[in-house]
Ligand binder design. Sequence first.
Ligand SMILES: [Fe+2]
Ligand SMILES: [Fe+2]
Length: 418
Amino acid sequence: MGSLDDGVSASGSSLPNSMEKFLCDRLLDPSQPISERFRALFSLRNLKGPGPRNALIQATRDSSNLLAHEAAFALGQMQDSEAIPALEAVLNDLSLHPIVRHEAAEALGAIGLESNIPLLKNSLVLDPAPEVRETCELALQRIEELNSGSRDDKSSMTEKSPFLSVDPAGAAPSHSSVDKLREVLLDETRGMYERYSALFALRNHGGEEAVSAIIDSLGAESALLKHEVAYVLGQLQNKAASAVLSNVLRNAGEHPMVRHEAAEALGSIADDQSVALLEEFARDPEPIVSQSCEVALSMLEFERAGKSFEFLFMQTPVVACLQAQLLQVKAQLAQHAMNSHNIDGQWEQNLSGLFHSIPNYPISPQSSLESVEVELNDADAMNMQEIHSLENFSFHGKRPCDSDLGELQAIALRMMRN
Ligand SMILES: [Fe+2]
Ligand SMILES: [Fe+2]
């Protein structure tokens, strides 16, 4: 690719058409490794407009059930009502894997429009998979609560959770005790919505007792509940959960959607044993499980290298703050270099080139589902090859010394953690 298509994407961001096209093509290219396709998916879910939406919709029909379910999930998290007809078609298509239909139902609940009720009611009765029917039950109750105004704590329904996810149920009121929430979560006679509400309240509460209640609920009967529990344990990144999640991943008799969430959660926890286990199960005969492990390992690799798993640099307050710090470091390093007379004009120029490039470096937290403005800044004057070269920290062929990079990466990681 020699030059960029200069047009700006229909998303209205400053993202050039060619970058959007690159991401859509990468998402839909079955010859790409699954982790590369996920990198594109995670970038597209932060964008708006018909291009990203249509690519994600197309991905819900992919032969990789893992990619297809993640695309449906992303459409729900984006709460894009334009995606409703496609999500309805996915939910109605019994030839698709239940994990994909489940995410379509959940996405319809996340979008939360009353017009979705008849279809969800229909699937609640007719879908052959219990996990899909249970999801419809949750989605219907979420929509009902959202539109009835009956809930006192309505903010838990309308706002994103402290973990930036649009949850399938509002968290139970924050004044509920951990003991009470535990009792509800573990009670097999309670409705699924009530148990989910208790789960999210325990997650938001945090602390040892709450985490232990969540871990105990991995013994629940419902595969749907267990998969959400594993997802929540991944959000919490609590090492106390690593043994029980490992057992879930090892259990070939467990529902693949539960094992998939366990694999992703182990990737977030990322202690040495989890990594070894992910490597082992990247060869699991069930593709939903093996691909989950592959993606989790790839995400870890990026994280350990101080790079973002996503392709794009996302402009967030954190990044803006990071940019300010980097400018400060730039000034200090330049001053130091001038003082020590160890650099010639060329090195000074290189240094300046390095810091000029830093703000374009992809750095958003990989778990962020916030809709953020994409700013490619100078990157839209580069071709895709050059954008790739940014990922490798090779700034136009001029590689700064490792200690400078180490320092910059350390700052970046510190900022991301904070
Ligand atoms: Fe799910
Ligand atoms: Fe999932």
